[in-house]
Design a protein around this ligand. Structure first.
Ligand code: F6R
Length: 338
């Protein structure tokens, strides 16, 4: 199995810096490809990716990336059970880095009970015991699950691409592009340390469109888990119909909107972002617009993720909190298990 030897697993900063190397691990073994091809030949009614927190987010991002491409439904599930429409014609992919997450284990049992074809991505635990070894991608161990996103992504995306019958993406070239991005962040208007300083004592509010919606959500989670602060995320164009009203209270609350701007924005979307920004400003709420130059949709989603992961770690350092530890998550998991 490919390893993570060069990564300092006691340092969240190092793990975020090694994002491209993790993507390069490319954990899509020949055996899984073979099994997935067999499943595909029998027909796939839909794909449900089930997983929580740092393990669930890869599914959310893949689902959004494939929304314009896949002719079969792809859903992401973060529950103990599965939606009723997930029947035996569906493929269920369970992702749990530890293999010990109650919700994921339970949803996996439901999938088995309904006769769905199942795959698993995990480092071990009870999920590895339950799952069919031939359809299990063994992830390299030792990371925090949220830091393992690029590794999980490198196993999940090719599996989905094969099941929906689309061309396989070249993740190695994308990893190379992300590597080149890091020194100067491709002319970004703000370096990660500058954005971290700006977000100090604020409630960051990440706002994305299309494939950057789950990336905004990922950023919210990283600021929760790494920086140990409240954060929020929303999506364009939905905010035009609700949160825009909430900006009236911006002068009383330290909310700091961060707009994730995509290379794919059409005129309508660009106009929507700009119009919303103008109303935010009128209400004393200054949005930061993050722009990068990326070559593809996948590169854009992962590049933004890598950048915002880094900002969340830098904010943790400014605030003097440990970005690695997740004591309260562990505490709650113990309570749910006992
Ligand atoms: C911890 C983290 C959490 C876990 C979640 C599910 O780094 O990101 O959000 O991912 O508690 O656990 P796993 O990933 O082991 O299924």
């Amino acid at each position: 199995m490919k390893t993570l030897d060069s990564i300092d697993k006691t340092s969240m900063r190092d793990m975020t810096a090694k994002f491209p190397s993790m993507l390069r691990l490319d954990v899509f073994p020949e055996s899984i490809r073979y099994e997935a091809e067999k499943v595909k030949l029998k027909g796939v009614g839909g794909i449900c990716i089930t997983g929580m927190g740092g393990s669930g987010i890869a599914g959310e991002i893949c689902k959004a990336l494939m929304a314009d491409v896949s002719e079969i439904p792809i859903v992401s599930n973060r529950e103990y059970s599965l939606p009723r429409h997930v029947t035996k014609e569906w493929v269920v992919i369970a992702v749990s880095y530890s293999g010990e997450t109650e919700e994921t284990l339970s949803a996996f049992d439901v999938a088995r009970h309904r006769g769905c074809r199942t795959f698993a991505l995990t480092t071990g635990g009870r999920l590895a015991v339950k799952a069919d070894v031939k359809k299990t991608t063994t992830l390299p161990a030792g990371l925090q699950p949220r830091a393992a996103l690029p590794v999980i992504f490198s196993g999940l995306l090719p599996l989905l691409e094969l099941l929906i019958g689309t061309e396989r993406s070249d993740l190695i070239s994308i990893a190379d592009a992300l590597e080149r991005l890091q020194p100067d962040w491709n002319g970004a208007s703000l370096m990660p340390e500058e954005l971290a300083a700006e977000l100090q004592n604020k409630i960051p509010w990440f706002i994305g469109w299309k494939h950057l919606v789950p990336v905004a959500y990922r950023a919210k989670c990283q600021f929760n888990e790494n920086s140990k602060i409240f954060a929020s995320s929303s999506e364009i164009p939905e905010i035009y119909h609700n949160e825009i009203e909430g900006t009236l209270s911006c002068r009383n609350h330290p909310v700091s909107p961060v707009f994730l701007r995509s290379r794919e924005e059409d005129e309508k979307t660009r106009n929507g972002f700009e119009s919303a920004a103008a109303i935010f400003e009128e209400n004393g709420c200054h949005p930061e617009h993050l722009n990068f130059r990326f070559d593809s949709r996948i590169e854009e989603a992962l590049g933004f993720t890598m950048y915002l992961d880094r900002v969340s770690v830098m904010l943790a350092e400014i605030l003097g909190v440990d970005p690695l530890s997740v004591e309260r998550i562990a505490q709650l998991k113990r309570r749910l298990r006992d």
